[in-house]
Design a protein around this ligand. Sequence first.
Ligand code: MN
Ligand code: MN
Length: 417
Amino acid sequence: MTDLSRRKVMIGTATAAFAAAAASAHAASFGNPDRPPEGAINARNRQGLTDPGPRDDMLARQFPSAQDAPATDVNGMPQFWSSFNNAHKRIQNGGWAREVTQEDFAISKDISGVNMRLSAGGIREMHWHQQAEWAIMLDGKCRITTLDEEGRSSVQDVKAGDLWYFPPGLPHSLQGAGTTGAEFLIAFDSGMASEFNTLLVTDWLAHTPPEVLAANFGVPVESLKDIPVDNLWIFQGKEPGPLAAAQRASASKKGPPALPVTFSLAGSTPVRKTRSGYVQIADSRNFKISQNVAAALVTVVPGGLRELHWHPNADEWQYYIKGKGRMTVFDTGPKAMTADFNAGDIGYVKKGLGHYVQNVGNTDLIMVEVFKADHFAEVALSDWLTHTPPEMVMQTLNISAETLAQFPRDRPDIVPE
Ligand code: MN
Ligand code: MN
């Protein structure tokens, strides 16, 4: 390269750098922080905002915050959105199930989720697994049975808004009851757990020598010749009879488990309630058997906001039951990413990361927050800022005493109060 051509290159670079500096000088204001600036507000060349290439409009419209992220977002955060809506259904006679595990959703280390439907009489085969099983009923009625390590048996019926919890390793069965069957959400306390990979009673019996089975149960080999050679997993059964009769028929001399395996979360008294919504909590303090899963059922009215907060003790796995939500997650860096959620979608927030959930629809937003923890724990930003010496907060945020005095002081959880 000659001196002359090198000089030309340098001038060209300097001109481009000057143009970039001029563009960014326009940025860095309230609601539009950081350099280089992000967001449509900073795109002076509007052509750069268009999307002429391939796109699926119907899908794209579900994600306005991804298509046109707020200028406060900063890219570089792992995906924390997933969904049951596009999860593959395993359908059999009697019902179906679909799941989102860590294999599908890398961030979800603590929890894997299953959404299951059982027709009236439909049976999820007797089974067990190494993980704890927490569930919330979404529709209909379900009959659940289990046995604990002391040999105490339980048969219960649950309805929408009820929970069940099976500690790791304890055997259980599920059956759609009532006239409409059941739909529910299961959360396992491990991201790698799978509903398609459980210890099934039919598999065990089919893979044990017949003479061993006969000796085990004290019956002739011949009497077991019709047991299934393939597992059932989900199958259509007869509709279960009256609950009291089923409880009597399976009763143990040792009685029922010391701790109830079901809990009515939707029927519990809210721990927080404002004009914008309410929060109901189930953890080992009120649902004592639930030693490894804590949960909050959150209802936010249109226009309401689940206030800025974080959880000091565990990752949060979210399931959206109803309505439309928008959440931004904040991490060091800074990084911030906003995503949209509809019924059937899943969100995940790593332990300690700041977030809010805003109802951006015109119906109530109902979501459940699930934690691999023995108790629910939360720190709210407004609570912290109003219980720190005011001079500290005013100097840090450059706000007036009058403004700070208006902040909520009692951790409302859902605002406006
Ligand atoms: Mn199970
Ligand atoms: Mn949260």
